[in-house]
Structures are given as structure tokens and as C-alpha cells.
Design a binder for this molecule. Structure first.
Ligand code: SF4
Length: 218
């Protein structure tokens, strides 16, 4: 892996195509060298879902399974997310799912499993043009942020999940979009629910947050 001194992070903006479509984004993202994370990842993991989706769900970054599949939320956290959305009454076809950072961040192995490390602020900032391009493409009515990294990707480094969790927030004024979503809702990341010792209780709270988003979509 590269040492600190030879790491270049120009950010993803130069790779974002002028004409946005699912194919143009997917193709251009594969060539992205906006930060060093592409080096140790298997492939880039773009968002998935209908471009007519009413809501965009934003997680942190691909994990081991997502890195290998090239699709977001295909592992256990994805199954929990699907269950939570279904219980809240949000249909799969209403959702476009993506991550704040599009490449897996390799941090070693544990047995057969490859471990990832949370992205640093520099990676989130470098990758933000892809998230904004996906938002311009889909133009969702609302955005659901899963956890602190997704929150910081939109609201900056001072963002704390606990301060806004479960409430509809306005789109951040600092981020210009031609078609800004009407609202943003933050909840926990499903992998945090999976790790919790009080998983049932935390899952209930997760569904309660998603139900607020479901209500806003009606
Ligand atoms: S993590 Fe984002 S900015 Fe970095 S190389 Fe991958 S797509 Fe580009």
C-alpha cells in the first residue's frame, strides 16, 4: 500500500461525465482515480436501483461481499436493510441504494474474510462528486442516510447522527444541486444493528426511523 507521501487525492470530479445515465456513471466510475482506494479494491461499487426511485439510501462504503459482487448492500447488512425497509412499508422499487464512498478500503484479513476500515474524511470528500451525480441522475424526493459517514458526506465533519436521527431535515444549503431532495432523514447503519447486543430493540428503532421516511413519501 502507498505511504502517506505518495498518496494523491485529486477528487472524483474530473471523472464524472457531463451526460448522466446509469451506464455513463458506471463506466466512468470504473476509471476513477480520485483517491487511492481503487488500488486495493476488486472493483468500484456504484449505486443500484431505478432512476425513478423516490428515495435514495446512502450507506458508508462497500464491504467485502459488495467489493466482490460489484453491488451495494448484498451482505448481511443489506438483508437487514431490506427487512427494515419492508417493515416500514418502503417498497424495493422506490429505492436507489448507494454508498458515500464507492471503493472498499482494505485493512487486512481475518481468516478468509477481508476486513475493511472506515473511510477517512479525505476519502468521503474525494468521492462526494459521485454521490452528487447519482442524486442529480435519480432526483429523489428524499434521502435516507445510514450512519455518520453518510451524514458527514452531506453535512460536513461536524455532523452527529444522534442530533438529527429520525427527523426530516432540509437539504444542506452548502451543497448545490439542480434538483435538491425535499428532505433528508438520518438513521443508524444496519451493520451497527447487527453488532448490537440489544439487536431487537435497535432494529425496532431503525424501523421506526424508516417509518418516518415512509410517511414522508405518501
Ligand atoms: S473511492 Fe471514490 S474517489 Fe476514491 S477512487 Fe474510488 S470512486 Fe474514486
Amino acid at each position: 500500500m502507498a505511504g502517506r507521501s505518495d498518496v494523491e487525492r485529486p477528487g472524483a470530479a474530473s471523472w464524472v461525465p457531463d451526460r448522466l445515465s446509469p451506464d455513463s456513471l458506471r463506466t466512468a466510475m470504473q476509471d476513477c482515480r480520485g483517491c487511492e482506494l481503487y488500488r486495493d479494491a476488486t472493483q468500484v461499487v456504484p449505486g443500484e436501483g431505478s432512476t425513478d426511485a423516490a428515495v435514495m439510501v446512502v450507506g458508508e462504503q462497500p464491504g467485502d461481499k459488495e467489493d466482490q459482487a460489484g453491488e451495494p448492500f448484498v451482505g448481511p447488512a443489506g438483508r437487514l436493510l431490506d427487512k427494515g425497509l419492508a417493515e416500514a412499508g418502503i417498497a424495493t422499487e422506490q429505492v436507489f441504494i448507494t454508498n458515500a464512498v464507492k471503493h472498499f478500503r482494505f485493512a487486512g484479513t481475518r481468516g478468509k474474510q477481508r476486513i475493511h476500515k472506515s473511510p477517512d474524511r479525505v476519502h468521503v470528500v474525494a468521492c462526494q462528486p459521485w454521490l452528487l451525480a447519482e442524486l442529480e441522475l435519480v432526483r429523489p424526493t428524499g434521502v435516507i442516510l445510514l450512519g455518520g459517514t453518510a451524514g458527514k458526506a452531506l453535512y460536513g465533519s461536524g455532523f452527529r447522527v444522534g442530533e438529527s436521527r429520525g427527523r426530516l431535515q432540509p437539504w444542506p444549503e452548502t451543497l448545490e444541486l439542480a434538483h435538491a431532495p425535499d428532505w433528508v432523514l438520518t438513521t443508524t447503519h444496519p451493520s451497527a444493528v447487527l453488532r448490537s447486543r440489544q439487536r431487537d430493540q435497535d432494529f425496532e428503532a431503525f424501523v421506526a426511523d424508516l417509518t418516518v421516511a415512509a410517511g414522508a413519501l405518501r
